[in-house]
Design a binder for this molecule. Structure first.
Ligand code: FAD
Ligand code: NAP
Length: 312
């Protein structure tokens, strides 16, 4: 029986793993379906985590030492996808894809969020053939070429800036004329010569052929259409909460959620179910920042320590 199962190995899960193991809990396993690190490993840069200020380092570089630190203190890592979690008496059953379930006395769920689709015609058809949600991964394919970005948040503008150093030109297509991104990021983007803003506009179709994307049909608020001939489009329109591990066979969630499927927690990361904690991007009111996810993970682990002490 695990003392604690941590589901998801992003900043929240890894911080939880560090605090739980360093806090003296044995038998703590982190289940991560891919490589640990989480969403930030897709980012070309991170400049708002205190103490880490190096524009030459990517999100992947940034997360490297987190895992090493956790494993040093005894966190076990299982590269597995958790299907769901069920309550079994006072314990939890962790159902794992293709493997036997495992039991745990406590669980911290940190499965984060996933980039949303914009539901544009051609988006699915050309995904991976000109449509991308990761500039760090795919930007190099467009070296010295023109590309477009959809969205007006922090991700869209930061990745536009990153791509502007690789590509000959970057178009940012945004449905409004103001941005959600941080003012310093907007300022940086506006000062870049090879970034052009196409505002009050939507992409209505991504077009291409057997070779992949070759253009976008864009429509402005006055219904004027234009074709933009680009071989790549990066879609950055927000994220969905990865809450499926908390879904039960009757379709209900194991614990309370809000209307957007975000998990309701208190300030100590307790959910409505005893012994079940949630941390990071998937909880209500999450600021969706690495530092906040890590803080949540640490808080949840400290609460797990108290919970296990009270149980024994
Ligand atoms: P995630 O990072 O989403 O990690 C969740 C993990 O759970 C993933 O590794 C996933 O594979 C795993 N998982 C999911 N489901 C399962 C399952 N069923 N079984 C096992 N494992 C599972 N924040 C900043 O502070 N500064 C930035 O500069 C910044 N830049 C960003 C750039 C981009 C492109 C993006 C997308 C986000 C950025 N963010 C930034 C936001 C930041 O990355 C997130 O807030 C943070 O990663 C959330 O951490 P998390 O641990 O809650 O979740
Ligand atoms: P976001 O803030 O939700 O922004 C999504 C953007 O996409 C918005 O501009 C939105 O337009 C637009 N959009 C949504 N659906 C669309 C559609 N169907 N068609 C066209 N446009 C659409 O998402 P994000 O930029 O990925 O950021 C997610 C979170 O991570 C945020 O909290 C952000 O602050 C954080 N983050 C932080 C940093 C950082 O601190 N450096 C970096 C990256 C991300 P509207 O504006 O009109 O709604």
């Amino acid at each position: 029986m695990l003392n604690c199962a941590i589901i998801g190995g992003g900043p929240a899960g890894l911080a939880a793993g560090l605090y739980a193991t360093r806090g003296g809990i044995e038998n703590v396993t982190l289940f991560e379906k891919g490589l640990p690190g989480g969403q930030i490993t897709q980012s070309s840069e991170i400049e708002n985590y205190p103490g880490f200020f190096d524009h030459t380092k990517s999100g992947m570089d940034f997360m490297d030492s987190w895992q090493e630190q956790c494993f040093h203190f005894g966190l076990k890592h299982q590269m597995d996808e958790v299907v769901n979690i069920e309550k079994e008496g006072e314990n939890f059953k962790i159902n794992i894809l293709g493997k036997e379930p495992q039991l745990a006395k406590s669980v911290i769920v940190c499965t984060g969020s996933t980039p949303k689709k914009a539901n544009i015609k051609g988006e699915n058809e050309f995904f991976g053939r000109g449509v991308s949600t990761c500039a760090t991964c795919d930007g190099f394919f467009y070296k010295n070429k023109e590309v477009a970005i959809l969205g007006g948040g922090d991700t869209a503008l930061e990745e536009a800036y990153y791509l502007s150093n690789i590509c000959s030109k970057v178009y940012i297509i945004h449905r409004r004329d103001t941005f959600r991104a941080a003012p310093s990021t907007i300022d940086r983007v506006q000062k870049k010569d090879n970034i052009e803003l196409i505002l009050n506009s939507q992409i209505i179709e991504i077009v291409g052929d057997a070779m992949g994307v070759n253009g976008l049909i864009i429509e402005d608020v006055n219904k004027n259409k234009q074709k933009l001939n680009v071989p790549g489009i990066f879609v950055f329109v927000g994220n969905d909460v990865n809450n499926s591990v908390l879904k039960q066979s009757d379709g209900k969630f194991l614990c309370d959620t809000n209307e957007y499927g975000q998990i309701i927690t208190n300030l100590k990361m307790h959910t409505s179910v005893e012994g079940l904690f949630v941390a990071g991007d998937m909880r209500i009111d999450a600021p969706k920042q690495v530092i906040c996810a890590a803080s949540d993970g640490a808080t949840a682990a400290l609460e797990v320590i108290s919970y296990l002490n009270e149980r024994s």
